[in-house]
Design a protein around this ligand. Structure first.
Ligand SMILES: Nc1ncnc2c1ncn2[C@@H]1O[C@H](COP(=O)(O)OP(=O)(O)OP(=O)(O)O)[C@@H](O)[C@H]1O
Length: 226
């Protein structure tokens, strides 16, 4: 299947500092690709460059096989969804107002996360971190993206909430979304991923199916993730 999103010999970083180099990856409809690596490996930089939030230093980002330099807001309009650890929801508005401002269908968002229904009229700042992140993910998925980039969306959340969020991500992929997921919860992410890329010091050092990586998890963790 043709990749929706592709990095081709990509280098990324800040000013003259190259943080990510020689990056080649593809994400196709229906698959969850997990990007793992220790702190500072370059995972967020990779995601932000793929999203168009920062320009590559070298190489190309391709969408549907065509190189793009479009900024994030234009990529978002053409089907790219981005969810980050910062839960970019509007804290002073209610859940319903957040959905309205984002112009997404309330019904669709509640189909994804029915547990938000009883909080529709509550101020988002008064919700738990997990509820806020469900809202952020509901809002993004309710737009019907073709690609979802998720950066540590479960950071600091309770295990049950993490399962819920990652389950929703898996369901989105099963419905055809191409997903690239950065996560710290290695075991949980292996349970929902199809393929895994392990990044260290800005390079992909290892890749395989989730089963392959899972079968040598202790060694992978010792070598790359500790
Ligand atoms: N705005 C910035 N300006 C300069 N350097 C940055 C900036 N953001 C990140 N870096 C550096 O780029 C490198 C990679 O950071 P990045 O956040 O991409 O890694 P990461 O794998 O996502 O790590 P973490 O899990 O800690 O978020 C780090 O050395 C970091 O200090």
């Amino acid at each position: 299947m043709t990749a929706v999103l592709e990095a081709h010999d990509l280098a990324a970083g800040y000013g003259s500092t190259v943080v990510v180099r020689d990056l080649n990856l593809t994400v196709s409809p229906g698959e969850v690709v997990a990007l793992l690596g220790p702190n500072g490996a370059g995972k967020t930089t990779t995601l932000m460059t793929l999203a168009g939030a920062q320009a590559p230093l070298r190489g190309e980002v391709r969408v549907d096989g065509v190189a793009t330099t479009a900024p994030l807001h234009r990529r978002a309009r053409s089907g790219l969804g981005l969810v980050t650890e910062t839960r970019s929801v509007l804290m002073t508005l209610t859940v319903a107002q957040n959905l309205a401002v984002a112009k997404v269908s309330k019904d669709r968002a509640l189909d994804l996360f029915p547990e938000l229904r009883e909080h529709l009229n509550r101020r988002v700042g008064d919700l738990s971190g997990g509820q806020q992140q469900m809202l952020a993910l509901a809002r993004t998925l309710a737009r019907g993206p073709r690609v979802l980039l998720a950066d540590e969306l479960s950071l600091g959340l309770a295990p049950m909430v993490v399962d819920r969020l990652l389950g929703a991500v898996r369901s989105a992929a099963d419905a055809g979304v191409a997903v690239l997921l950065v996560e710290q919860h290695v075991r949980k992410v292996l349970a929902v991923a199809d393929r895994v890329l392990v990044m260290q010091r800005g390079r992909i050092e290892m890749s395989g199916t989730a089963d392959e990586i899972g079968s040598q998890l202790v060694a992978v963790q010792q070598r790359y993730l500790s």
